[in-house]
Design a protein around this ligand. Structure first.
Ligand code: HEC
Ligand code: HEC
Length: 395
């Protein structure tokens, strides 16, 4: 085909004209957004981001963009024309945004109960995607300390509709009833909470909770962010317990919240059987003060506690005195010249001294103990602590 030169020139000019301004005008922004989108559409965020982009985001753009954009006056730019900016605001505040969306008092007609059905549906997909994201993150990071992860307890089936006048108490052992296998047998704590199901006149059915409590059977534990789950999904409107961080050490049931008041979630179509579960954001046990239970076959009599020396040396820990030789008795079988598990050879003083803090921390780490079979009694660990405090001397 023959194209006249003049026509070709016009075509090229036109093309340049079209392309150049397109590349220059606002390209910074488009590129940034594309990078962000690219990141979001990969990895563990892909599904949850797509729920936002194709579900919540169009809803928020339509109903909230009058105010919830830069310069619009509303708190949080979750309706921003930039989906990435909107996502950042949205992700950190999902429950609050969902609650305001159905709030008849916030800014009707933009907000109100007419949105309830849509929001319920969006939240339900959101919760599923959130679980998937968490599982994906865990799967892609298998070496994470199990106690660095959220701590979920098993689902408990409720087969008969609970009494609406009185509360029923339900409890979980964090020791035996962790949902994840690698979080079992780590935290000697019991959690319990009261619940009931009520349907006030002309109002939807609600699941009410009150009086969550913690019982610590050994040592102490720091707990953060309690979430309640119905049928495997987080009840996002129960936020009373979610911003809590507290340390517990009492062997008698202690309130989890400063004010153990009632809190509830609207659950209009609740039918039996349903399941309840709880999840903590973090569980951090501290066992430095406990001694493990006696080994099977050992006489169950308390051994008298020898008084601790003021000074402990590497030669003591590696020597022949059974009152002091913690390394020799409990570690050297795996950490020696010929077999240096974890590349730690305790027969090499310089190396051992260098790793003194790591050694002590592994000897206190209930979740990742050394020796691997379980922590040594506190008085043995204390000898190593004194050695470290002395500056890890050779003799
Ligand atoms: C006509 C303006 C306007 C519209 C429309 C509007 N908001 Fe707001 N919103 C505000 C203002 C102003 C504030 C800050 C003052 C306040 O908290 O009420 C706010 C605050 C909020 C907050 C923060 C509340 C807090 O306690 O921090 C949320 C969440 C929220 N709005 C959600 C929404 C959602 C979701 C929509 C759309 C479905 C929406 N708003 C529509 C004006 C608006
Ligand atoms: C039955 C074998 C065994 C015994 C006994 C044992 N360890 Fe270990 N240790 C290992 C193995 C395997 C690793 C590597 C895997 C790991 O880190 O869990 C390791 C890793 C370590 C590490 C991590 C080294 C590093 O550089 O991160 C330290 C520290 C440690 N052990 C200290 C001790 C101490 C102290 C004792 C005695 C109180 C002890 N181990 C007893 C097998 C053992």
């Amino acid at each position: 085909m023959h194209i006249p030169t003049k026509k070709l020139l016009t075509m090229i000019l036109l093309a340049t004209f079209l392309v150049v301004p397109f590349q220059n005008c606002g390209n910074q922004f488009v590129l940034r957004e594309e990078n962000g989108l690219h990141l979001m559409s990969k990895g563990c965020d892909a599904e949850i981001f797509s729920i936002f982009e194709n579900g919540f985001y169009p809803f928020l753009r339509q109903n909230c963009s009058k105010c919830h954009i830069d310069g619009g006056g509303g708190t949080g730019f979750f309706a921003s024309p930039s989906v990435i900016e909107a996502w950042k605001y949205f992700y950190s505040d999902v429950s609050k945004i969902a609650r305001n969306a159905v709030n008849d008092e916030h800014n009707p007609p933009y907000t109100g109960s007419k949105h309830q059905a849509v929001i319920n549906q969006l939240l339900s997909s959101w919760n599923k995607a959130y679980q998937t994201k968490k599982e994906c993150e865990i799967a892609s990071n298998p070496n994470l300390d199990p106690l660095q992860r959220p701590f979920k307890l098993v689902d408990k089936q409720i087969t008969a509709m609970p009494n609406s006048n009185t509360f029923t108490r339900i409890s979980w052992s964090l020791y035996d009833e962790a949902a994840r296998d690698d979080q079992k047998n780590l935290v000697p704590v019991t959690f319990d909470i009261e619940y009931r199901v009520v349907t006030p006149a002309n109002q939807p059915t609600r699941l009410e909770f009150q009086n969550p409590r913690i019982t610590v059977h050994a040592g102490e534990v720091e707990l953060t962010d309690l979430r309640l789950l119905l049928n495997g999904m987080v009840l996002t409107d129960v936020t009373r317990y979610t911003q809590i961080k507290a340390t517990f050490n009492s062997a008698t049931p202690t309130p989890f919240t400063p004010a153990p008041n009632l809190t509830f979630a609207l659950t209009p179509n609740l039918t039996v059987p349903f399941s309840l579960a709880v999840e903590f954001g973090r569980v951090r046990p501290n066992f430095s003060s406990i001694t493990p239970p006696p080994q099977p076959g050992m006489p169950n009599t308390p051994t008298p506690q020898p008084s601790l020396p003021m000074r402990v040396t590497y030669n003591d820990l590696m020597g022949n005195n059974p009152a002091l030789n913690v390394f020799r008795a409990s570690c050297v079988s795996c950490h020696n010249q010929n077999r240096a598990d974890g590349r730690l050879n305790l027969e090499d003083f310089a190396r051992t001294q260098l790793l003194a803090n790591t050694i002590l921390s592994r000897m206190r780490n209930f979740a990742n103990p050394m020796p691997r079979g379980g922590l040594l009694p506190a008085d043995r660990v204390n000898l190593v602590q004194i050695w470290v405090q002395n500056g890890a001397p050779r003799d």
